[in-house]
Design a protein. Structure first.
Length: 56
């Protein structure tokens, strides 16, 4: 019973990670231009999106 419930929790957590971690965005302020460089990462930490000089 404990193993089954743990499996459900793990699956829910995995789905949660799949949905939200790709949306994880790191903002790095570009002080020279007054703009924001935006990096988005996938679930294993690879940069999947780089949006330089994004206006915020």
């Amino acid at each position: 019973m404990l193993i089954k419930s743990f499996g459900k929790v793990f699956i829910c957590l995995f789905i949660f990670m799949q949905i939200f971690l790709p949306l994880t965005v790191v903002y790095a302020e570009n002080s020279t231009k007054g703009t924001i460089d935006v990096y988005s990462y996938d679930e294993v930490g690879n940069i999947i999106g780089f949006y330089p000089n994004s206006a915020m």
